[in-house]
Design a protein around this ligand. Structure first.
Ligand code: MN
Length: 433
């Protein structure tokens, strides 16, 4: 089985697993589990580990989950320190690296697509159906030919069709352009990538920037692409590659599905994908991301940190780090650490952060003697350095659609806590060494 997991040199995800296997626990479940609820239950029992479900009742393909479920694992994938993840992402976003190597699709077994061969999981009882949750969609702008790679949840409709949730960003505008001229949009779905490649597909780069070039920066310019068989697209190396198209003028009910917050998202009419070809590695591993699990939160939240860090740094250059906390779903809560230079810096940091990431609800600013990754340390700062006028309350601000407590009109109350010590009396606050 070791051979099976860590097999070939070219397999990027396996290479990553090989590189971290001594540092992190990889739990292998041998007992048979069903894709319906049971598999998700096992994943929920091991929220912080990498789990491989070796024996899936409905499919010959094993499931892997949790490869990106901690900042430490992600830092290994990006080859940087945990404290520097956000700056590493900024560096890659600002320096997309053109991809030199495109090869013929080799080393894969190819078939007419049948999605029922895949261990697509139904996670929770009220889910609209089985969902692909770790699939990145690759497409080209029909007009400009700029490539886009982004991760989307896809609900299984039947063995050839998926309903796909597409929020109005880049892929949506490609789909709309194709639909306007009455054409389907060719796409490829990639499952089981190296975590750095997967993370790159979640970054918010401008529409003219190719996320795969961001991934190539993470891979120091060594990312290889494969040419698809039927569609005119290139894809990164992965365990499973699916070719197909988003159909023009076709919609289906998508949802309900569990969001970041662990609460249900509503049913919407969403576009439909028709799949055509499927390519498997030898003994492929199917990557499944548990909705509302740590892997989901980090992959969606981490790529928002660069925007906040840049906005805050613009206001107060001595900011050290920005962290969207796991407890705040990596979306609603931020801890910001800074070296305070002038009285009032903390307040300006709060205002910059709240406007940079409109979904942010609560933000705590701490001095650089507080470890922003250690919530007990952060609580210490709140306990010993905060009084009434250190709290900023903004009523009626636009909030997150994911926040169940937001008003029907989308507004909410935002709170900033300036837990930095006053400069004047800083000896009074000095901590024992
Ligand atoms: Mn894009």
């Amino acid at each position: 089985m070791d051979l099976l997991i860590f097999k070939k040199i070219g397999d990027q995800m396996r290479k990553f697993l090989q590189s971290i296997k001594d540092e992190f626990n990889i739990i292998r479940i041998e007992k048979e589990v069903s894709t319906y609820i049971e598999a998700a239950r096992v994943l929920r029992e091991h929220p912080k580990e990498i789990v491989i479900l070796e024996n899936v009742k409905e499919s010959k393909i094993p499931v892997i989950s949790g490869i990106c479920n901690s900042r430490k694992k992600i830092s290994r994938a990006l080859n940087c320190k945990k404290e520097n993840i956000t700056r590493r992402i900024i560096q890659a976003m600002e320096n997309p690296t053109p991809i030199e190597s495109t090869e013929k699709l080799e080393g894969y077994h190819s078939f007419k697509a049948n999605l029922e061969k895949l261990p697509i999981l139904t996670y929770y009882k009220k889910d609209g159906g089985p969902y692909i949750t770790a699939g990145a969609i690759i497409a080209r702008d029909p007009e400009t030919r700029v490539r886009n790679a982004s991760i989307h949840r896809m609900m299984l409709l039947d063995k050839r069709h998926l309903a796909v949730r597409i929020v109005p960003r880049h892929l949506y505008s490609y789909y709309k352009k194709a639909e306007e001229i009455g054409e389907d949009l060719p796409i490829a779905i990639v499952i089981g990538m190296h975590p750095a490649t997967l993370l790159a597909t979640t970054t918010s780069v401008p529409i003219n920037v190719d996320e795969l070039e961001v991934a190539n920066n993470f891979h120091d310019g060594k990312l290889k692409l494969f040419k698809c068989e039927k569609v005119d697209l290139e894809v990164p190396e992965a365990e499973i590659i699916i070719e197909g198209k988003i159909l023009a003028d076709e919609r289906a009910d998508e949802g309900p599905f569990v969001d970041l917050t662990g609460t249900y998202d509503i049913i919407r009419e969403e576009p439909v994908i028709k799949v055509e070809r499927i390519h498997f590695k030898d003994n492929p591993l199917y990557h499944a991301i548990l909705p509302a699990g740590l892997e989901h939160k980090l992959l969606q939240g981490l790529p928002q940190e660069p925007r906040i860090l840049k906005a805050v740094e613009n206001t107060v250059p001595s900011v050290k780090n920005v962290i969207l906390t796991e407890g705040g779903c990596c979306w609603l809560h931020a801890i910001i650490s800074m070296e305070k230079q002038a009285e009032g810096d903390g307040k300006n940091v709060i205002m910059a952060a709240l406007s940079a990431h409109p979904s942010l609800k609560h933000v705590v600013v701490v001095d650089d003697d507080i470890n922003p990754f250690d919530l007990e340390d952060v609580e210490y700062a709140i306990a010993t350095r905060v009084k009434d006028d250190d709290i900023l309350i903004v009523r009626g601000a636009r909030g997150s659609s994911l926040d169940p407590s937001a008003s029907a009109d989308g507004t909410t109350t935002k709170v900033g806590v300036d837990a930095t010590k006053p400069l004047k009396e800083s000896e009074k606050f000095e901590r024992i060494a």
